[in-house]
Design a protein around this ligand. Structure first.
Ligand SMILES: Cc1ncc(COP(=O)(O)O)c(C=O)c1O
Length: 395
């Protein structure tokens, strides 16, 4: 018999480490932009899978590709070749900068691979990586050390040495921070968890130039922005600035756990044989979901659709900005939208949830939406009505 939310919560209380703040609801089933809890309540999900579920819940073409894959091959280790991984790497490479891929299982792991690549690539004595305040790169020791937010370091000290945090957008601060030991600059081209922060004009171009002049690798963490989320395959394509290394996860498999690092051809051999590995990385299940995801974006025209989502959602939000005192700014690209408030936003998440809408609040005051790109516009309207009512009420 199906358990109630309360019964499932009781299981967690007894057996699951309480390292997450969880809403007191158990989710049991999803379909496109909707998800249902154990009591049968339906929610519109504007933050499906914490930004992983690019097409919402259980998109049919991805589910079909998975079904067909699990009947043939679940897992083979990377001591063998497998067609699915090769085709997935080709698909990602052809849509980005023609590099080579290393596959893993999460965003943090992709960034760990990038940090190791930097150390393996750099001449002796160079190992430092410049990263940015309010960045987020994951929770493993290397990725969290790269993350420029002290709150994530508390209690973990000493963190991995070699990271210098600069103000995001401040090119001259980066220039001054480069020293003889600097090997790379790593950043999210659009900061996600830090509040959906857009790079100021010329910033990414300036970083590219600095890297070229000083022999540094430029790494873009596109874990949140990648694979069509912003209306281009990768966010860097909006700015015409190509990185040397790019890390991916979240959207690349529509919700199946996976991560990837793409590296320009000339640096690929720096990840030397035997120096890095992942048992599950690039497994046939992830690869088949990855290929199906790319096909779906292409066949359904979802890059253009993400741009339309941005237009429609921003139009509505900009009206709120004019009408409501508490709204400070509307930011974002494609289906990655931030609504900065002048007050704390957690109460609006709670209020919306009670009224059947799931959203996120990051960095205290930024309501963040990472909706499915194929959410029907009438569902967008319905969800935005709920959010508008919450904002008007002041929650
Ligand atoms: C930009 C960015 N990098 C890395 C990560 C970490 O990814 P994961 O949670 O899959 O390790 C995240 C997660 O939110 C992210 O947004």
């Amino acid at each position: 018999m199906a358990r109630s939310s309360q019964e499932i919560i009781a299981l967690f209380d007894q057996y699951v480490i309480p390292n997450y703040t969880r809403y007191p609801v158990a989710l049991v089933r999803g379909d496109g932009p909707f998800i249902w809890d154990a009591e049968g309540k339906r929610y519109i999900d504007f933050f499906p899978g914490w930004g992983c579920n690019l097409f919402g819940h259980c998109p049919k073409p991805v589910v079909e590709a998975l079904k067909s894959q699990v009947e043939r091959l679940l897992h083979v280790p990377n001591s063998w070749y497998m067609e699915e991984q090769g085709l997935w790497a080709q698909a990602l490479s052809e849509r980005s900068f023609g590099g080579k891929a290393f596959f893993c299982n999460s965003g943090a792991e992709a960034n760990e691979a990038a940090i190791k690549l930097v150390r393996l690539h750099a001449p002796k004595g160079k190992y430092k990586i410049i990263t940015f305040l309010n960045s987020f790169h994951g929770r493993t020791m290397g990725a969290v050390s790269a993350t420029g937010q002290e709150k994530y370091h508390h209690g973990l000290e000493p963190i991995l040495p070699g990271f210098t945090y600069c103000e995001y957008g401040n090119l001259s601060a980066v220039e001054s921070a480069i020293d003889d030991e600097t090997a790379a600059i790593m950043l999210e081209p659009i900061q996600g968890e830090g509040g959906v922060n857009m790079p100021p004009a010329g910033f990414l171009e300036g970083l590219r130039k600095l890297c070229d002049e000083r022999g540094l690798l430029l790494i873009f963490d596109e874990v949140q922005t990648g694979c069509g989320r912003t209306g281009e395959w990768f966010a860097y394509q909006h700015f015409g600035v190509t990185p040397d290394v790019m890390t991916l996860a979240k959207t690349i498999c529509s919700g199946v756990a996976a991560g990837a690092m793409l590296v320009k051809q000339e640096y690929a051999a720096d990840l030397k044989k035997g120096m890095h590995a992942s048992t599950f990385g690039g497994n046939p299940i992830a690869a088949s979901a990855g290929i199906a995801t790319i096909k779906m974006v292409e066949e359904e025209g979802y890059l253009a659709r993400a741009k339309e989502v941005e237009k429609r959602v921003k139009e509505r939000m900009n009206k709120w900005k004019d009408e409501l005192d508490i709204v400070a700014e509307v930011r974002g690209v494609g289906a990655m939208i931030g609504l900065e408030l002048k007050i704390e936003g957690a109460c609006f998440v709670q209020e919306c949830m009670e009224h059947g809408l799931l959203i996120n609040c990051t960095h205290g005051k930024v309501i963040r939406l990472l909706p499915a790109v194929n959410t029907p516009f009438e569902v967008f309207d319905e969800g935005l009505d709920i959010l508008e009512a919450a904002l008007k009420k002041g929650a």
